[in-house]
Design a protein around this ligand. Sequence first.
Ligand code: NAD
Ligand code: ZN
Length: 379
Amino acid sequence: MITTGQIIRCKAAVAWEAGKPLVMEEVEVAPPQKHEVRIKILFTSLCHTDVYFWEAKGQTPLFPRIFGHEAGGIVESVGEGMTDLAPGDHVLPIFTGECGDCRHCHSEESNMCDLLRINTERGGMIHDGESRFSIDGKPIYHFVGTSTFSEYTVVHSGQVAKINPEAPLDKVCIVSCGLSTGLGATLNVAKPKKGQSVAIFGLGAVGLAAAEGARMAGAGRIIGVDLNPKRFEEAKKFGVTEFVNPKDHDKPVQQVIAEMTDGGVDRSVECTGSVQAMIQAFECVHDGWGVAVLVGVPSKDDAFKTHPMNLLNERTLKGTFFGNYKPKTDIPGVVEQYMNKELEVEKFITHTVPFSEINKAFDYMLKGEGIRCIITMGA
Ligand code: NAD
Ligand code: ZN
């Protein structure tokens, strides 16, 4: 059946209200407009960023909305002006984009594209501000330009990485957010030197990918910090050898880490979303050379407070979206690293659910069970 240029009716998991279970609905998905592609999503997974905006505690609520940004699929049709993508291409939609033309896209140092950088407040497409999803004519908002909790979605082509068609989409879908974010935060931003110590705050998929990056960089010690002791067993598979649960100590965790490491770790990567953990991750790096990288998404009203002397003492504080990877340029290469067996993806995947049971994936994340849950569309 030719669907090009037609409205597609398909299933989507719609969030009608903050914190309420998603509801399976039949939605209408409009054809892609200029510089857009319509993608048939085959696999998606749940990242904590979806959960924050669905809970909408400390974030701007925007409902009804279709969440989801970690996914893999196949291009169904393309809009006007498309040269680099065609129907049948295997792709990963990505929450932050690369227009290829702006100063950021031309800079080797930045992936913060002027046009397509992550925007959690936008509910429509850049081209016309409108939504491509509707139910009985009522628009449903997009989320970070990807909205992958739908059998079909429309995405700006600058937010689509074309990958090796041999790569199994049920695995590499997690490269589209969590895995690349953590890996890049360590390899591209924290840049530990061989033998150095690295502390990872938060041992979910993002943190464990950061640990994987530390292992690949040849870190000497990888210290995992988490409030959930269940995480420690899983983290051993990712080269994390020492664990600190802040709840087990009366002293601040910065001090615990400083005592373990003769003054502080060389690098730290924060992957929790807790502003307290962000401050701890910064204050636990060694003076003189320590570098801390923030990855977790804070609440809207959070403020980072530390004594300026911590900076004067030659500690560096950085932050990153998507591990500083440029989505279109770099992500096909991360998928190749997996294909060449330099990167293990399977060990991040602990659960699989059919699309009809997507709410279970939310339960697992809220209970802190497992790492990533793959949601199989069409099932
Ligand atoms: P997750 O829920 O799977 O893992 C987070 C872990 O942090 C959990 O194990 C939790 O127990 C732990 N944690 C929470 N508060 C803590 C604290 N105060 N101290 C120590 N540990 C604590 O989440 P995830 O999907 O791995 O995402 C991690 C974070 O990264 C989230 O904030 C998410 O929004 C963010 N994120 C950022 C980017 C980016 O580009 N910057 C991309 C993806 C995800
Ligand atoms: Zn994510």
